[in-house]
Design a protein around this ligand. Structure first.
Ligand SMILES: [Zn+2]
Ligand SMILES: [Zn+2]
Length: 426
């Protein structure tokens, strides 16, 4: 009797459990779906969220998809890492875009040219570069923008500003004159093959000792420099003023009196916060002596960065120049927070700041690796074939012209574009 009762009880409990589960499943899942659809329908035109319309406000930034407001400044981190390059972070580079249409590049460290390409800005608008000092992690990608810009259709010179040194050969003009020499073969190879008007470098070297000196003033934008203290005489930091907004960029510097005086209360202050000495020892196998020297004397450590920011009190403090990962960020951040409790961004590549008088919005850009660099809008000239340096007879005689194959390529292009180009016969 007891056994029968037990069997019946177990059977009933099982049936009830299954029924409750199925009821819950039906109402839970299907019911939820219905509620969402009903809410969407009820929201109608009142909401920017619609099943068929693009959202007007996004949590992330898609390059090339948002206008800049007339009073807005957009800053994009195109390099926030270290001299030893890695896929996640290029070396120092910050792009500043203004509501008046102007764009400025501050530092252009190794690997950053790819990040600039990802911003979908035509090359003829990426023609102004400001270099804080001549370490490779602050200007190593200059040749990529210079030469890549020629291929990308920039038809005007690339303008570059950089500091003098304690001797002429330590200055920007010397470095870039010799960079042009390094690329003698590259430049010569392009003569007569492409429009080379963008191959010209216009270099302005200014005194690294200038204090709050104006080095650029056009179209309502003023850029000033102050000396920075880093490794050798020569480095500088930049302060950009436009339309009541101020952007300050340290490049690399030890905490110094000029930065503390001239960047007080800026809207956005981007300053190095180097990899903490302990992380240099643990992750890079540095000796404690080297980590302390480079981490706190040549550079600014996160705790020193925090102290600097607690004095200048910017609307947004931005720390960069460290490898920003799940296992390093907590320690870097904890050190900054020992000395600073104000607004803070711990930068990584593709972080974006939209700065206005009323608001500073921080987001990440969404980058697809299939993005093509944006072609320039300037009208390109046909190459002047007579400018070619040409080949020696030795090399010319090694050519296999495949005339039928090449003729078909010319015929197809001429047919598609209504042109009449002839296959060269020499
Ligand atoms: Zn440096
Ligand atoms: Zn550096």
């Amino acid at each position: 009797m007891k056994k029968t009762f037990l069997v019946i009880s177990v059977f009933l409990i099982t049936v009830v459990t299954i029924a409750v589960y199925l009821f819950g499943f039906y109402h839970g899942r299907t019911g939820e779906g219905l509620v969402v659809i009903k809410e969407a329908v009820a929201a109608g035109k009142k909401s920017s969220v619609s099943p068929v319309k693009a959202q007007t406000e996004r949590d992330v930034y898609y390059p090339g998809s948002e206008d800049i407001g007339p009073n807005e400044m957009r800053v994009v981190a195109c390099g926030t890492g270290m001299p030893n390059a890695r896929p996640k972070q290029a070396a120092a580079c910050f792009l500043v875009e203004l509501g008046n249409g102007d764009k400025f590049i501050f530092d252009i460290g190794s690997g950053s040219a790819e990040r600039l390409s990802a911003m979908k800005i035509p090359y003829d608008y990426l023609d102004k570069v400001f270099i804080g000092h001549l370490h490779s992690d602050h200007f190593g990608a200059l040749a990529d923008l210079w030469i890549g810009g020629v291929i990308g259709n920039r038809i005007k010179p690339l303008r570059v500003w950089g500091p003098s040194g304690h001797k002429p050969e330590f200055g920007t003009a010397y470095a870039l004159k010799h960079m042009e020499k390094v690329f003698t073969w590259d430049s010569g190879s392009r003569l007569g093959n492409v429009d080379i008007r963008g191959q010209v470098l216009e270099v302005t070297e200014f005194d690294y000792k200038g204090i709050n000196q104006v080095i650029y003033q056009e179209n309502g934008v003023t850029i000033r420099t102050i000396p920075a203290i880093h490794a050798l005489d020569g480095p500088v930091s930049f302060i950009l003023d436009w339309n009541g907004l101020k952007f300050a960029f340290s490049s690399d510097t030890f905490p110094n009196k000029w930065w503390l005086k001239y960047t007080k209360g800026v809207d956005i202050a981007i300053h190095e916060a180097f990899v903490s000495p302990r992380l240099l020892i643990e992750k890079q196998k540095w000796t404690p002596g080297a980590a302390l020297n480079v981490g706190t004397q040549v550079h600014t450590s996160p705790a020193q960065f925090g102290k600097v920011m607690s004095i200048i009190k910017p609307r947004m403090a931005v720390a960069y120049h460290f490898f920003n990962d799940f296992d390093t960020l907590p320690e870097q951040l904890a050190q900054v927070r020992q000395t600073y409790d104000g607004p803070l961004s711990m930068a990584t590549d593709y972080m974006v700041w939209n700065v206005t008088k009323d608001d500073i919005r921080v987001r990440m850009a969404v980058i697809d690796e299939d993005i093509w660099p944006q072609p320039a809008v300037g009208k390109k000239l046909e190459p002047d074939l007579s400018q070619r340096i040409g080949f020696s007879d030795f090399i010319l005689k090694g050519r296999e012209p495949f005339p039928k194959v090449v003729q078909k390529i010319y015929d197809d292009i001429n047919a598609e574009y209504g042109t009449d180009y002839k296959v060269p016969t020499d």
